[in-house]
Design a protein around this ligand. Structure first.
Ligand code: NCD
Length: 325
């Protein structure tokens, strides 16, 4: 469903709604372009002209720290103008519909909307109704997808551990509510990863996860055996309506990354987390920024992949690589 909307007739990216179904070549092109931007922004002057004159609107209907601010930094590094719409302070609280909000911002000649919403499918809705030439990037829709987080995770994994096709990756924790886990699994599969594990209590494993290509474990020790990457997921208490867990303390005892479990990982295994972290729940506080943690690097890499996606969609080919050595 996503691809008919997100790719044009020539297979070029028009919107980014989901990693699911993206052609492998396009995914690799985004990651390679992100690596180009890493080189091009390594100096003191980080500004490139690629999106000069373009307007990017951050439209966040859910809270966000790193996704919203790294989209803003990415757009500014490409010389776009950026509007951050505080949705709680906007007219949606007065009853304006999603469509009215979109059309109002389009009237200001916005070129690209970055949309986060708690309803799965919200970004698709925007893409279906956007004016021709206006792009929609999904920054997280409900439990469904968070494609740029998936891309930054893939970028980080490739940079540190090499080709995902040769790796074992474990996603630990609240897989049920995690749009990040879904995007990561789709991306890893497209890049040929065959050993993807999810580790969680049965109440936090969504139906159908095996069909996506993941193996399910209900205990840490067997699940973490021999893995190259441990991706911890936040317990999403705001999405838990029922009793999914006895308590956060019990979750930490059974599924938290403790010192003892960390010591048993492969010596070169890396620890990742999309943030925000519940310290002492998914991960012992002192491990969060330890030497094998890539958590802050994930944040930095978020800027690069978001630059790459915006540039692929909006940058003219003539200047797409200007400033990139
Ligand atoms: C994630 C999200 O919002 O889906 N965070 C993020 O974008 N960095 C995961 C989460 O909220 O736990």
């Amino acid at each position: 469903m996503s691809n008919s909307l997100q790719l044009d007739a020539q297979g070029r990216l028009r919107h980014l709604l989901s990693i699911d179904g993206l052609p492998r070549d396009l995914l690799v092109q985004i990651l390679d372009r992100a690596a180009d931007f890493s080189r091009a922004t390594a100096g003191a002057d980080k500004k490139l002209p690629n999106l000069r004159g373009r307007t990017v609107v951050n439209l966040f209907f859910e809270p966000s720290t790193r996704t919203r601010s790294t989209f803003e930094v990415a757009a500014k590094r490409l010389s776009a103008d950026v509007i951050n719409l505080q949705v709680s302070a906007s007219s949606t609280t007065k009853g304006e519909t999603l469509l009215d909000t979109l059309k109002t911002m389009e009237a200001m000649q916005a070129d690209l909307f970055v949309v986060r919403h708690d309803a799965s499918g919200a970004a698709h809705f925007f893409a279906e109704h956007a004016a021709p030439g206006v792009a929609i990037l999904n920054a997280g829709d409900g439990r469904h997808a968070h494609p740029t987080q998936g891309l930054l995770d893939l970028y980080t994994i490739r940079a540190h551990q090499g080709d995902p096709a040769t790796l074992s990756v474990a996603l630990v924790g609240d897989v049920l509510h995690s749009r990040v886990a879904r995007s990561d699994i789709h991306g890893l599969r497209i890049l040929g990863c065959t050993d993807i594990r999810v580790i969680a209590p049965p109440t936090l494993i969504p139906a159908g996860i095996e069909q996506m290509g993941a193996r399910v474990f209900h205990a840490m020790e067997p699940g973490l055996e021999g893995v190259d990457v441990v991706m911890l997921l936040r317990l999403q208490k705001e999405r838990m309506l029922g009793a999914f867990l006895p308590s956060a303390a019990e979750f930490h005892r059974d599924f938290g990354l403790t010192r003892a479990r960390f010591a048993r990982l492969k010596p070169d295994a890396v620890v990742m987390h999309p943030g925000p972290i519940n310290r002492g729940v998914e991960i012992a506080g002192d491990l969060a920024y330890g030497e094998r943690s890539l958590i802050l690097e994930q944040v930095a890499n978020g800027i690069l992949v978001r630059m790459a996606v915006m540039d692929l969609i909006l940058g003219s080919d003539a200047c797409a690589l200007s400033g990139v050595p």
